[in-house]
Write a protein that binds this ligand. Structure first.
Ligand SMILES: [Zn+2]
Length: 344
């Protein structure tokens, strides 16, 4: 028997997702990557795919809601899905794009946590600390990931225990839908850390460099030329802090060596929202999400450009992926920019 509870049986983002999947049922290929039980309720980690069915076509994945409190990330992905369905009615360019690129959406990776309004999943595990690898240098106390217990935040799970179902499912989606292709991108939307907005890429476990620094640098440069006033800090996660068990580090390290898989995390800085409306500090939701409607609208509007840009970059990868001596040059510039003397 389900425990007696006066809590609602769903939450706004989940209802919105189901509404979008309903409208898009003939357009999207819809699956559940895993089912999550929480206090007698069951939620699915839905995935929705659209576009080319060629397994060699470039692909992009949009992820949100890995942390249950960071609703704005899910809302961003859901907005993009809804807009995409609307555009499909008239946008011939989009229709042609989708003939040669694959899009996959996983807007609520941690539905149990979002329902319960917790950062962690229903087992108290922080999914973004749940991969098995350890950082190779000092991490921030607790926040870098801890194994003391689920009663403290940033819990990684027991050492040697299998990964949580949601983490396994996410890695599975990446392995089968993205990293198996010659070229793919993942965008994972978070919120909470920082005064400004950041785009982070691996690694979080080390200050060492990822293999695809030249490609990341090309992507950053293209984005800056397309959106000169974007305002993101585009850098390796390790420039901010190291952490244990980052899922994107793990997914990146597991990607086949002949593929180019570029995972990036969008971290929407929330400190300015709080500064403008300090009462937000007293609500758990308010520390991670804009509370005032006009600010939410502005956030959702501003970042839609990034999602669109990455889709185009995936679609056009043949045109811009650096090769040969140009790649060597970009690699050098990238090292100079992110790891050179005078930066860090
Ligand atoms: Zn997060």
């Amino acid at each position: 028997m389900a425990p007696l509870s006066f809590l609602p049986d769903s939450f706004a983002e989940y209802d919105e997702l189901k509404a979008i999947l309903d409208i898009g049922s003939a357009t999207f290929e819809i699956r559940s990557a895993c089912d999550v039980k929480v206090e007698g309720r069951i939620f699915s980690m839905y995935t929705a795919s659209i576009g080319s069915t060629d397994p060699l076509a470039p692909a992009i994945g949009f992820f949100g809601g890995i942390h249950g409190l960071e609703r704005i990330g899910s809302q961003l992905v859901l907005d993009y899905m809804r807009a995409l369905l609307g555009r499909l009615e008239w946008d011939e360019l989009l229709v042609r794009q989708l003939q040669s690129v694959r899009l996959i959406f996983v807007p609520i990776v941690n539905p149990g946590g979002m329902w319960a309004a917790t950062r962690a999943n229903p087992n108290g595990v922080d999914l973004m600390r749940n991969a098995p690898q350890d950082a190779d240098a000092h991490v921030p106390w607790l926040a870098g990931g801890q194994r003391i217990g689920a009663w403290l935040p940033w819990y990684r799970g027991r050492r040697g225990a299998p990964m949580e179902a949601e983490a396994v499912a996410l890695l599975h989606v990446v392995e089968n839908e993205l990293a198996s292709r010659p070229f793919s991108v993942a965008l994972d939307c978070h919120s909470g850390y920082g005064w400004g907005d950041s785009i982070w890429f691996p690694y979080a476990r080390t200050r060492g460099r990822m293999r695809h620094l030249a490609e990341m640098y090309a992507l950053k440069t293209m984005f800056e030329l397309a959106h000169p006033h974007h305002g993101y800090t585009f850098e390796p996660q390790s420039h901010q802090y190291l952490l244990h068990g980052d899922l994107w580090d793990c997914a990146y390290d597991r990607a086949p060596s002949d593929s180019t898989f570029l995972p990036v995390t969008l971290e929407l800085g929330s400190w300015l929202w709080i500064k403008k409306n300090p009462r937000q500090l007293f609500s758990r939701q308010g520390m991670f999400n804009p509370v005032k409607a006009h600010r939410t609208a502005r956030v959702l509007r501003r970042h839609a450009n990034l999602l669109d840009f990455l889709t185009r970059a995936a679609f056009s990868s043949q045109r811009w992926l650096p090769q040969g001596s140009r790649r060597d040059l970009l690699q050098e510039r990238a090292i100079d920019h992110w790891y050179g003397n005078g930066t860090r």
